[in-house]
Structures are given as structure tokens and as C-alpha cells.
Design a protein around this ligand. Structure first.
Ligand SMILES: [Zn+2]
Length: 100
């Protein structure tokens, strides 16, 4: 099962020849590596070893899609975060830092 390398959702149709990307939007955003790093940093600063919901992280923010995508990548690809619930990530999913 492949996932979009930007948003982390399960890939149904690949819109890229080189990478796994689910949409034009993800393809566009995937190019901006500085934005990606900054969003990852923002997320990692808010998450600790305590559970926090995705909603608590995005609630005060306008770029929800970017933040939820970052959370997905940090769980599925970078494996820096873990989630409490099974299934796909949504606003009520609880996440925390992966313990070593
Ligand atoms: Zn995507």
C-alpha cells in the first residue's frame, strides 16, 4: 500500500512520475522543502510524550492541510510520531512523540 509522499493519505491514483503524489496540490506543495521543514518543526514543537489530538494542533491555524500532512509524514514516513488510534488520521486522532 503506497501513500502520498506529501499528505500521507493512501494513494489511489499517482499524479507524479517520480514520486508518489495524490493530487496537483500535493505535487505543488511537495516542491517546497523549506515550507515542509518549517511545518514539521512547528508540529514537533507542539507534540510531547503526552497524547495530543490533531485538532488541538491545527485549531488555531489557517494552514490545516499542511499541518495534518506534516503529522502524517512524521508518522508514516519519518516515524518520529505515533498515533493512539487505528485507522487513518483525522482531527480526533491522538498523537505523541515516539519513545526510544
Ligand atoms: Zn497527497
Amino acid at each position: 500500500m503506497d501513500r502520498c509522499e506529501y499528505c500521507g493519505r493512501i494513494l489511489h491514483i499517482n499524479r507524479s512520475d517520480k514520486y508518489f503524489l495524490c493530487s496537483k496540490k500535493c505535487k505543488q506543495k511537495f516542491k517546497n522543502k523549506i515550507d515542509i521543514l518549517n511545518t514539521n518543526k512547528f508540529v514537533l514543537n507542539l507534540v510531547s510524550k503526552e497524547w495530543i489530538s490533531v485538532n488541538d494542533i491545527v485549531s488555531s491555524n489557517t494552514n490545516k492541510f499542511e499541518i495534518v500532512s506534516s503529522i502524517s509524514r512524521l508518522i508514516y514516513f519519518e516515524k518520529k510520531l505515533i498515533k493512539k488510534e487505528k485507522g487513518e488520521i483525522n482531527l480526533i486522532t491522538n498523537i505523541s512523540i515516539k519513545k526510544r
